[in-house]
Design a protein around this ligand. Structure first.
Ligand code: SF4
Length: 339
């Protein structure tokens, strides 16, 4: 059974300037215990996808349509906000990129983790004051354990710290501790290390990977940086302008990218370790989400674009073993006959 199954997810934002089709009918499946990365430039729709899966988008203004939305085989498509509050934290949790925004600035970090245990994990037990005191003590004990688990030293001391008193790396570890607190089946990490310098980034990713594998938690990792998914993800979805343009195992994507956009994303990594000539840089930037190009959305930036690319959107073609690619010319590009 898949930890997450999404079929035909669409998210639209009507604005005064026009309609923004942020996500255009994407499918995602994540097996239990596996990590899937959603990769693409800022504005490609990956964060909107994660918020839609968590049912955190305000509707209106957003219009969300999905044929199937299941967590561990349970349909959550029709759940109300109140019902989702019981699911979030317990069955699915999120790690946001900006810990300073995600954490309450005027509350000790330990107390913030306690709240998750109190809301989901600890039964009411006996009634009255003694019961409440015991629950709080148990929550604190579990919080300190959780802080130690993510490598925070002096956990008893840090429990009392406010977010601004911790370093960026430590705040991100607190978010990881919060996400794993109730041992959810699925964790969604949205650019979890973007705000950190490279060394701290590697340490925080190690903590995340280690816990995910030990707990057999499924992970949906959202990032613009393909290099960080190399050692994390089992599978990669490459997103462009609200559509999946390529999907494959991490090995397939790194060893043999089929879509020119994926090749471009890999360009900077290729310069370091791979001298394959078909790796290219991507010229220009993402088109306006209101005025997307005709045909293949990538054609104005694609060195392999032909006439058909300018008028017809290629389908997401399913290849062997779950691999998918959305490109009219991928076979010719692969064989080096085009461009
Ligand atoms: Fe490039 Fe055409 Fe393939 Fe789009 S369909 S990625 S424009 S070659």
């Amino acid at each position: 059974m898949n930890a997450l199954e999404v079929k035909n997810l669409k998210v639209i934002f009507p604005t005064e300037m026009g309609i923004v089709r942020a996500v255009e009918g994407i499918d995602i499946e994540i097996e239990q215990g596996k990590c899937a990365a959603i990769v693409g430039e800022s504005g490609c729709g990956k964060s909107v996808t994660s918020l839609a899966v968590m049912k955190l988008l305000s509707t209106p203004p957003a219009i969300v349509r999905v044929d199937k939305l299941e967590l561990g085989g349970t349909d959550i498509k029709g759940l109300t906000d109140k019902q989702m509050q019981k699911v979030r934290g317990k069955d699915v949790a999120m790690i946001f990129q900006d810990a300073l925004t995600a954490l309450n600035p005027v509350m000790q970090v330990g107390k913030q983790i306690d709240e998750i245990f109190l809301a989901h994990n600890l039964s009411d037990g006996e009634n009255g004051k003694t019961g409440r005191v015991n629950r709080k003590k148990e929550a604190k004990r579990r919080t300190i354990e959780a802080l130690k688990l993510v490598g925070i030293s002096d956990a008893e001391l840090r429990y009392k710290a406010y977010p601004h008193q911790l370093s960026g790396g430590m705040r991100q570890r607190v978010l990881i501790a919060m996400a794993f607190a109730c041992n959810p089946n699925l964790i969604i990490a949205d650019e979890p290390t973007t705000a950190l310098d490279v060394t701290i980034q590697a340490q925080v990713l190690d903590v995340l990977k280690d816990l995910q594998r030990k707990r057999n938690t499924s992970l949906m990792l959202i990032t613009h940086d393909l290099s960080i998914v190399m050692n994390m993800a089992d599978e990669i979805y490459v997103m462009y302008c609200g559509k999946i343009v390529e999907r494959g195992t991490t090995r397939e994507i790194f060893k043999d990218p089929l879509h020119p956009y994926t090749m471009g994303l890999l360009g900077s990594i290729a310069r370091i370790g791979d001298a394959k000539s078909r790796f290219v840089q991507i010229p220009s930037s993402l088109p306006s989400p209101i005025h997307k190009p005709s045909g293949c959305y990538f054609h104005p930036r694609c060195q392999y674009a032909g006439e058909r690319c300018k008028t017809e959107m290629p389908p997401l073609e399913k290849l062997e073993g779950g691999r998918c690619v959305r490109c009219w010319n991928y076979k010719e590009i692969k064989n080096g006959k085009n461009g």
